[in-house]
Ligand binder design. Structure first.
Ligand code: SF4
Length: 312
């Protein structure tokens, strides 16, 4: 059975950080507490901080059960996708269900803005790996880079993240992701402040990212690798620059359908190389399908730094 049958499950994709990561999307496109200038999913169309169930959690878990029963495999299940997963009210039930059904560890990729909510923190405590974001060390930069929903202050966000890290200590791994945007937070004062904050949070690792994929705001450019390495040395221990894939094909190259590529691209903008490496599809098939989908007007492409990225 094709994974394209599923509404909430995507992948597994070869994640640069997690191995074969099966994604679960709990949030409709594009619902988030933030509207980050660098977001690779595009602009946030539903900017909200109200936690609620956008989908029935039973529907999500039923898909996962079906996926498991078909003998599919992955290394980890990751909650991510078209928006902020902490917005899903039944997150705790879903994480418990993921572990029960798959027996796999669970990773939560979050912008951390809802950790001020006690129930959201309680749910996140069940994850084995948490990857929160922190791109700013002050209110003005937070507004500039993350463009939060009205009523969400930097102070509230930081306090929630601090509380979560405190409560989570000894329970799992926290990899803090910092996204660097030229002209906003790529200067010595900002980096020093972010380094200090990361140390006070006692996270396991700091990972630096930059816009290597087409961002929401097309004027946002990636920071060159050498510069990223320079900023990485401001962190103790040194941060890891994760702004590129180090993935390997999952299996021998296999055939792929238009439907599968459309489904994958509906969750994430990807290049031809991303699709081939992440899914293990035959290069020639993928190339031909992308061409057909472009001709039919079902997908679009954007070029960044000489590389074509495709999106629905
Ligand atoms: S990058 Fe993450 S937090 Fe920022 S707008 Fe996109 S989905 Fe939301």
């Amino acid at each position: 059975m094709s994974v394209a049958k599923y509404k909430h499950i995507f992948g597994p994709v070869a994640s640069r950080r997690l191995g074969r990561s099966l994604g679960i999307d709990l949030i409709p496109f594009k619902t988030c507490t933030l509207d980050c200038v660098y977001c690779e999913c595009g602009r946030t169309t539903n900017l909200t901080k109200e936690r609620r169930d956008f989908f029935d959690p039973k529907e999500v878990l039923a898909e996962l059960k079906d996926w498991k029963e078909k003998g599919n495999e992955a290394d980890i299940v990751t909650l991510a996708g078209s928006g902020e997963p902490l917005l899903a009210l039944s997150l705790e039930e879903i994480i418990r269900g993921i572990k029960e059904i798959t027996g796999l560890p669970c990773c939560l990729i979050t912008n951390a803005t809802l950790f001020s909510d006690q129930a959201a923190r309680k749910a996140a405590l069940l994850a084995d790996v948490v990857m929160p974001s922190l791109d700013a060390a002050d209110e003005a930069t937070f507004k500039k880079i993350n463009r939060p929903v009205a009523g969400l202050s930097f102070a509230e966000y930081l306090e929630g993240l601090q509380l979560f890290c405190e409560e989570y200590r000894g329970k799992g791994r926290v990899d803090l992701e910092i996204f660097l945007v030229p002209g906003i937070n790529d200067n010595e004062d900002q980096i020093q402040a972010l380094s200090l904050l990361s140390r006070s949070l006692h996270v396991n690792a700091v990972q630096l990212n930059t816009a290597v994929r087409p961002p929401a705001d097309k004027d946002v450019r990636p920071i060159p690798r050498e510069e990223m390495e320079k900023w990485a040395r401001y962190f103790i221990p040194k941060a890891e620059v994760i702004a590129s894939y180090h993935s390997a094909p999952l299996k021998e190259a296999k055939a792929v359908s238009e439907e599968e590529i459309l489904e994958t691209l509906s969750h994430r903008t990807m290049s031809l190389e991303d699709l081939v490496e992440a899914k293990g599809y035959k290069l020639e098939d993928t190339e031909a399908i992308l061409k057909r989908l472009l001709e039919k007007g079902l997908i679009y492409s954007r070029t960044q730094d000489g590389k074509d990225f495709f999106y629905v």
